[in-house]
Design a binder for this molecule. Structure first.
Ligand code: TXA
Ligand code: MG
Length: 354
């Protein structure tokens, strides 16, 4: 069935000015429908987390395999305890330091979480977002909100309402437009059911920030490298192809001089072959590529700008019809770990090392 998707703007700084819109969105959720909403990471595709039928609708709207569990969003710390069996002291320390914020924690689930929401696992991922519109919306719903990123499965996560509209028009009931997302990469995910806790997906809350607080942590293999045949990531979603634009993406690693030289050679070659080539460059390097299709992703001295623009750039590659795209490599420390995790997946791990 094709739905009549309703899009409404809400003031990101003061969502209480738009109480009527938030109330309409909450009514849709209470009636089993789906509403996309902004968070500080990416837009989420929300449904009632306690309703297995709503979870099924989410999987259908995204075209997502139903063994890939959904993150459950809350708007107050007290809403956590009815959903989970146990909160370890380290989980509590992470919550105290980083909630509300871009951090998702995995706990043993209580039976109130339906297996559709948890993808059949006995654990559940919980996130308490900081975005004002998200908090207002979740609180108005009066139930926890299951929400994956609001993109078609396999596509880059949406960081603008227009991205959600592109993927989801006709598939969901409503989109709350709360402007662009602050961080632009999905939340950090940490499994707190094991000791030491394990990083399953890197994000804006970095490994360094967490280790400083709770000591040793392990890192799931799927975070930094491609998995081999038969290997399984601890976050089921990390096994799927992700963020992939239609273009073939190649990451180029080396000293910046050599990277620029290589990319110019390849772009000239591609152009001569009649191929629509794009280059994802930075403020520091953009002028080296004159005469080519250059997208500026951000400033190397401010990695948060690169994180915030990454998914928008990957979507632009599609909108501009690029067939081949070259991207400069970024250092994999701190936020760079999250940036490169997403870029490597988008490139299908095609990295040229000079
Ligand atoms: O920033 C975010 O986390 C966004 C916003 C909307 O909150 N949400 C998001 O959800 O990125 P999604 O569904 O696109 O990614 C959730 C990831 C998937 O890789 C999934 O496999 C993993 O979390 N996950 C969910 N529940 C899990 C569990 N119980 N154990 C392990 N991994 C889990
Ligand atoms: Mg996603």
């Amino acid at each position: 069935m094709i739905l009549d998707t309703f899009i409404a703007k809400v003031d990101p700084e003061n969502p209480t000015l738009n109480k009527d819109i938030i109330a309409k969105a909450a009514d849709i959720i209470k009636n089993g429908g789906l509403v996309a909403f902004p968070t500080e990471t990416v837009y989420g595709l929300g449904g009632n987390a306690l309703d297995g039928e709503a979870a099924k609708k989410i999987y259908a709207a995204k075209g997502r395999p139903s063994d890939n569990p959904l993150i459950v969003h809350i708007s107050h710390i007290d809403e956590l305890y009815p959903l989970v069996e146990e909160v370890s002291p380290k989980a509590k320390a992470l919550m105290d330091a980083f909630w509300p914020g871009p951090l998702t924690l995995i706990f043993k689930k209580k039976p109130i979480i339906p297996s559709e929401t948890s993808g059949g696992l006995d654990t559940v991922a919980i996130r308490f977002p900081e975005n004002k519109v998200a908090k207002e919306f979740i609180s108005a719903c009066g139930v926890p909100i299951a929400a994956p990123s609001a993109n078609t499965s396999g596509k880059p996560s949406p960081t603008r309402a227009s991205h959600v509209a592109y993927d989801m028009t006709g598939r969901i009931d409503m989109i709350i437009d709360g402007g662009s997302c602050e961080f632009g990469l999905e939340s950090t995910i940490v499994d707190t059911t094991c000791e030491p806790p394990c990083l399953l997906r890197p994000g804006a809350v970095t490994l360094g920030m967490m280790k400083e607080l709770i000591g040793d942590m392990t890192v799931d293999k799927a975070v930094v490298s491609a998995l081999k045949e038969g290997e399984k990531p601890k976050a089921p979603g990390m096994k799927y192809t992700h963020y992939s634009p239609k273009a073939h993406i190649t990451i180029v690693k080396g000293s910046l001089d050599m990277v620029e030289k290589y990319i110019i050679e390849q772009a000239d070659k591609g152009k001569a072959e009649g191929c629509n080539v794009g280059i994802i460059a930075t403020v520091q390097t953009k002028d080296s590529y004159s005469g080519h299709n250059v997208l500026i992703i951000g400033d190397r001295d401010h990695p948060e700008t690169i994180a915030a623009n990454l998914f928008k750039m990957l979507r632009k590659c599609d909108y501009l019809g690029f067939e081949r795209v070259y991207v400069e490599y970024f250092d994999e420390d701190e936020l760079g770990m999250a940036i490169m995790n997403r870029l490597k997946k988008a490139a299908g791990y095609d990295i040229v090392v000079l």
